[in-house]
Design a protein around this ligand. Sequence first.
Ligand code: NDP
Ligand code: 8X3
Length: 254
Amino acid sequence: MKNRIVFITGSTSGIGEGCARKFASKGSDLILNGRNEDKLLKLKNELESEFGIQVLPLVFDVRDRKAATDALASLEGKWENIDVLINNAGLVFGVDKEYQGDLDEWDIMIDTNIRALLSMTRLITPGMVERGRGHIINIGSIAGDAAYPGGSVYCATKAAVKALSDGLRIDLVDTPLRVTNIKPGMVETNFSVVRFRGDKEKADNFYKGIKPLTGTDIAETIYFAASAPEHIQIAEVLIMPTNQATGTISYKKT
Ligand code: NDP
Ligand code: 8X3
C-alpha cells in the first residue's frame, strides 16, 4: 500500500482515525475528510512526522453534496488518483422505537449513512474505472444483517449499505475494481456517545462486562482487505467481539 492514495471519510475519530494510522504506518498517502478542522490538522501533523507520508485534509460535511463535489474538484496532481475510498463517516442517534423516534435525527442518519456514502462513491468511482484500479470499502455493520430493538432506522441504513455494496460489486464486475463491505459488531469509539446524545455514562455502560473491539481492530481488518492480492475481493467481513454472538443489543438495553 506504499504511496497509494487512500481517501477516508469521517477520519477524526474511531474507526476512521484507526484507518488513518494503519494506512499511514504502511506508507500510504492520505486524503482525510472530517468536519473538525483542528482535529484533522493535528492528525495530519502527527502522521506526517511519524510516518513520513503526506496527508491532504479535506474539511467538509459529507452530507453537503456541493461541498463534496467542490472538494473533489479541487484535487490536483497525484491526489486525483485515489486508490482506496473508505466510506466510513456514519452515526446513530438514540434507541427509540420506530413509531416514537425523532424524524430529524432519522434524516441525519439516512443522509449520512446512505446518501452521503452514495455521493462519495458516485464522485470517486468513475476516476477509478478510468484508471482501471481502485477499491471501495464501505463501513456497514452487523446491524445491517437484522434489525434489533431500538435500532430500526440505523439498521435500515446499514442494510442499505449492504445493498449498495452488493450492487456496486455487480456493476463493477467487468472492471479490476473491488468492493468490500465491513460489518463490525460492538466497537468502542465515540459512536455510543453520539447514540446516547453525549451521555458518556450511558455509553460506557453499553460496553460494561464485555471486551469490545477498538477502531484499531477494525482498521487491521480493513487494511487486510485493501492489501490483499489484486485477484482477491473480500466481499464482506462480519467481525465482532468474542463476547458478542448476534447483532441484537436487546440484552444490553439501558
Ligand atoms: P465515531 O463517532 O468514533 O466516528 C465517526 C466519524 O464520522 C467521526 O469522525 C465523525 O466526525 C464522522 N462524521 C459523522 N458525520 C459526519 C459528516 N456528516 N461529515 C463528515 N464526517 C462525519 O464512530 P465509529 O468510528 O464507530 O463509526 C465509524 C463508522 O463505523 C460509522 O459508519 C458507524 O456506523 C460504523 N460502525 C460502528 C460500530 C461501532 O460499534 N462503533 C459498529 C459497526 C459499524 P464528527 O466528530 O465531526 O461527528
Ligand atoms: C454498530 C453496531 O450493534 O452497536 O453498527 O448497532 S451496533
